[in-house]
Design a protein around this ligand. Structure first.
Ligand SMILES: Nc1ncnc2c1ncn2[C@@H]1O[C@H](COP(=O)(O)OP(=O)(O)OP(=O)(O)O)[C@@H](O)[C@H]1O
Ligand SMILES: O=P(O)(O)O[C@H]1[C@H](O)[C@@H](O)[C@H](OP(=O)(O)O)[C@@H](OP(=O)(O)O)[C@H]1O
Ligand SMILES: [Mg+2]
Ligand SMILES: [Mg+2]
Length: 338
């Protein structure tokens, strides 16, 4: 294995690459198991090019072959769902503890349920640190739809309410959300669900991308505010598909400064640090909104594992630096043990 590749590669001989040029062997081999959609959005030529220059080689994992017969890898990067893949990865990791698996499958699983996803934010209790960060009032529904109106009243949730499929399984359906405007319509929803109070936020959300210790925040257009008049005079369920994919960047839009102002950096740093530690993940993003009419009341509404980094400005540099830092970290740790 080449975890201490920093040293070994200096001693290894030059190899011929696909263009017939003599190049040093890669410092770092990253095996990836991603959907074809993800490969397209993440592994863009600019990322691969920069990675190659820095001695990082991305190698596709063949899911039809045993993982242990492939590689050797220094890092395994993955975003595939399903129990079978999880088992393969866990067995592989047990046999190859020297390989960095990004990220541990058990930790990722925590984000595939919209209830457990936000639990750590709620536990954090960030109430007075450059603002307060909370989770919208929410309720989990697993029983029959007819029970929803009563359950909502009991829990004291106010309308309108966002209904989100409880489990995220990689399907488009698990990202089909609805906005319910009246009590009666709630019984038309299909559990299992998380019901969340809709929080007016000026139609802009902040996507906070995390790659190890690096943080990048961007603005995105979001659902528009709903006023009291609309709530009183609207009925029914409004279904909306995959907002974040469709929504354009709001970074260059002419916005009300009170809506556009980014959350304070120290707050984001603390939130990212805490979540990284509590979730045990290094690759994720956080969707944050700021309650309309306030300067510092923030709500985390969603956390995504291995999100669309292709949309994060400067991700090529940040991601490759991060990958190298993992190996350097391992190397330093090995030296301090010897
Ligand atoms: N509680 C809320 N209050 C106001 N708007 C909300 C709330 N929850 C969700 N939204 C809006 O709905 C959108 C989609 O919600 P959410 O991010 O939870 O879904 P998702 O399917 O997990 O999205 P992603 O594609 O980011 O994974 C948000 O980007 C935001 O515009
Ligand atoms: O970066 P943001 O705006 O958060 O949105 C991402 C979603 O959160 C991810 O779940 C998508 O990745 P998957 O398609 O692998 O689930 C991801 O898909 P992408 O990698 O194809 O861009 C994005 O839609
Ligand atoms: Mg989201
Ligand atoms: Mg999400």
């Amino acid at each position: 294995m080449r975890l201490n590749g920093e040293i070994s590669c200096r001693n290894e001989e030059l190899r011929e690459n696909e263009s017939g040029l003599l190049v040093p062997p890669p410092k770092l081999v990253v095996g990836y198991a991603l959907t074809s959609k993800k490969v397209k959005s993440f592994l863009q030529p600019k990322l691969e090019g920069l990675a190659r220059k820095k001695g990082i080689l991305f190698v596709a994992i063949d899911q039809n072959k045993p993982l242990s017969d492939q590689g050797p890898f220094d890092i395994v990067l993955h975003k595939l769902t399903g129990k079978e893949w999880r088992q393969i990865l866990e067995d592989y990791w047990e046999k190859h503890p020297e390989v960095t698996v990004l990220d541990p499958p058990g930790a990722i699983q925590h984000l595939y349920n919209r209830q457990s996803m936000l639990q750590d934010v709620a536990d954090l209790n960030l109430t007075d640190y450059y603002g307060r960060v909370a989770v919208p009032k929410q309720l989990v529904i697993t029983k029959e739809p007819s029970s929803i109106p009563v359950a909502v009243t009991k829990a004291g949730l106010t309308l309108p309410i966002v209904a989100k499929p409880l489990v995220i399984d990689g399907s488009a359906k698990s990202h089909e959300l609805s906005l319910a405007f009246d009590q009666y319509s709630l019984s038309k929803l299909e559990p299992p669900l998380v019901l969340q109070e809709f929080v007016n936020h000026g139609g802009v959300l902040f996507k906070v991308y995390i790659v190890g210790e690096a943080i990048k925040v961007v603005r995105r257009f979001s659902l528009p505010d709903v006023d009291e008049h609309q709530v009183l005079n609207s009925a029914g369920i409004f279904r909306f598909p995959r907002v974040s994919c469709a929504a354009a960047s709001a970074d260059d839009a002419d916005l009300d400064p009170a809506v556009a102002e980014l959350p304070p950096r120290p707050l984001l740093e603390r939130l990212a640090r805490e979540l990284r530690r509590r979730l045990g993940l290094r690759l994720f993003n956080i969707d944050i909104i700021r309650k309309l009419g306030t300067r510092d009341h923030y709500y985390v509404i969603d956390i995504n594992y291995f999100p669309g980094y292709g949309k994060m400005p400067g991700y090529e540099q940040i991601f490759t630096d991060f990958l190298l830092s993992l190996v350097q970290g391992n190397y330093k740790r090995r030296l301090s043990y010897s």
